[in-house]
Design a protein. Structure first.
Length: 132
């Protein structure tokens, strides 16, 4: 069997606010925005250059709203790899992305944690040993 993870769901409070952040601040591409009914859309974004898509799913009800920003129990849940950490770190900061720490150099690469506007933690990472 050949398989791959193609899409991961990210529960958000609002479709348009999520698109604005991921496509505006992070430079992702909007690859699909299909209206399913009066309250539901199928919205997928992906980093430029490819990778796993995020399905931006608007919370439906109290139990889904309660997990916004804490879908991974307070841990970093998403890892955005780059081929140029300094360039992307500066660009993100200039677009208002909130970093929770200063960049650090680890054995596995240069990394820094940022928080999306909904509370999810991300690593921006340039892997050691060259481009992704």
């Amino acid at each position: 069997m050949t398989a791959r993870i193609a899409t991961v769901t990210l529960v958000v409070p609002d479709y348009d606010a999520a698109i604005a952040f991921y496509c505006g601040a992070l430079g992702f591409e909007l690859i699909e925005d299909t209206v399913l009914d009066t309250t539901k859309r199928w919205v997928r974004v992906t980093p430029k250059g490819g990778g796993v898509a995020l399905l931006l799913a608007k919370a439906d009800g109290a139990s889904q709203t309660a997990v916004i920003g804490n879908q991974t129990g307070g841990r970093v849940g998403f890892f955005l790899e780059t081929d140029n950490f300094a360039r992307d770190h500066d660009a993100f900061r200039n677009k208002g992305v909130v970093f929770t720490e200063e960049p650090r150099h680890e054995a596995y690469g240069t990394v820094c944690v940022f928080r999306d506007p909904f509370g999810n933690l991300w690593d921006l990472i340039e892997p050691a040993g060259g481009p992704v």
